[in-house]
Design a protein around this ligand. Structure first.
Ligand code: GDP
Length: 354
């Protein structure tokens, strides 16, 4: 990365590591490079390429992830001298979105972003298209392989856009059905690595699906949660928020969060032990605003209190709780707090209707 302060680079790389782990990867080495300007043909310098080759010898990684965007030719040149597949930050994020997208709209949005990312990067060598499972035998007269590939991708883009339009039409019907069910819904949101999945797994009930019609059709990211009063509500986990979300990915990010707009309460999970937790909180709040989710009631859940070492000051907000997702009594306390906020939203029994 160029023209960035050391601490920004460090944070950004740490985030990239967390994202890689979210995508199911294991990081074996992290390399940085100080250069005044990029090496035009390989992005990184010759010495750094050699260092990468040595790392390949030692660890045999499946993947090399660049934190910055490579040009198509830089990617090609690097691929000639390195054995592992090379991707960049945007592709990594797209991969996470693709895994986490559940609604049809979310899936289509991610597919669209993937195709649009691919279009200017086609090399005409068929590597990208083989992943789409198409392209062979579809060449028109006089077309080069590259032209055929481009045409194929453009057709796919048009098709995905057409399907998206239809999905948007159906969405309101789906919303209506959800509303009729009349179940209180909470959504876990927050910065990547804050502990959302841990909370999701520890709070939720995984087993009781068959017995209950209403909960039988849940997607894997939604679970039933039993409150202390025995009342059952729905809880949805969401894809993590990140600092430098490429603008080209906003639409697909937004649609993977589609269910969040249906939630009655947002649990904003914050890793309170992280040195930059205040910045993370701000990033999430900014995105709440951008995504028009800031009208939904929120409970800030400061997680990992067991790991806090420095000073911790909760931000001024209406509702917050400090917990460790690993502590069962804290989880009980959290459920009580959710219940309290749920009851607060209901019409109080002692209200006299005149
Ligand atoms: P997500 O990206 O928000 O879903 O975060 P995860 O649930 O995957 O958690 C990220 C990491 O933090 C995992 O290694 C968890 O084991 C760890 N973690 C989660 N909650 C706590 C906690 O309360 N205390 C500590 N010390 N670690 C936690």
């Amino acid at each position: 990365q160029l023209n960035q302060t050391d601490s920004h680079i460090e944070q950004s790389l740490e985030e990239l590591k967390a994202l890689t782990e979210t995508a199911g990867g294991e990081v074996v080495a992290i390399l940085t490079q100080n250069r005044d300007r990029i090496h035009s043909s390989t992005y990184i310098g010759k010495g750094k390429v050699e260092e990468l080759q040595a790392i390949e010898e030692e660890y045999e990684p499946d993947l090399i992830i660049f934190n910055s965007e490579l040009s198509p030719s830089q990617n090609r040149n690097l691929s000639k001298v390195l054995g592992a597949r090379i991707i960049d930050r945007t592709q990594l994020i797209l991969d996470i979105f693709a895994k986490r997208a559940r609604s049809r709209e979310g899936k289509l949005q991610v597919q669209l972003a993937q195709l649009e990312y691919m279009l200017p990067r086609l090399s005409g060598q068929g590597i990208e298209l083989s992943r789409l499972g198409g392209g062979i035998g579809t060449r028109g007269p006089g077309e080069t392989k590259l032209e055929t590939d481009r045409r194929h991708i453009r057709n796919e883009i048009a098709e995905v856009k057409r399907q998206l339009q239809q999905v948007v039409k159906h969405r309101s019907q789906y919303r209506e059905r959800r509303r009729k069910n009349n179940v209180f819904q909470i959504a876990l949101v927050g910065y990547t690595n804050a502990g959302k999945s841990t909370l999701f797994n520890r709070l939720g009930e995984a087993d009781s699906l068959e017995e209950d019609q209403l909960f039988a059709t849940l997607d894997p990211m939604t679970r039933k949660l039993k409150l202390p009063s025995n009342y059952s509500i729905l809880m949805t986990d969401t894809v993590g928020f990140i600092q430098d979300l490429p603008t080209s990915l906003i639409a697909s990010f937004r649609s993977t969060l589609e269910e969040v707009n249906e939630a009655d309460l947002l649990l904003h999970v914050v890793d309170a032990s992280h040195p930059n937790y205040i910045e993370h909180e701000k990033t999430v709040h900014r995105l709440f605003k951008e995504l028009e989710m800031d009208h939904i009631p929120q409970l800030t859940v400061y997680n990992k209190k067991d790991a806090i070492t420095g000073d911790f000051v909760p931000s001024p907000s209406e509702n917050f709780i400090k917990i460790s997702a690993l502590d069962p009594s804290d989880l009980h306390e959290l459920k009580q707090e959710i219940e309290r906020l749920m009851i607060e939203q209901m019409v109080p029994f002692d209200v006299q209707v005149s």
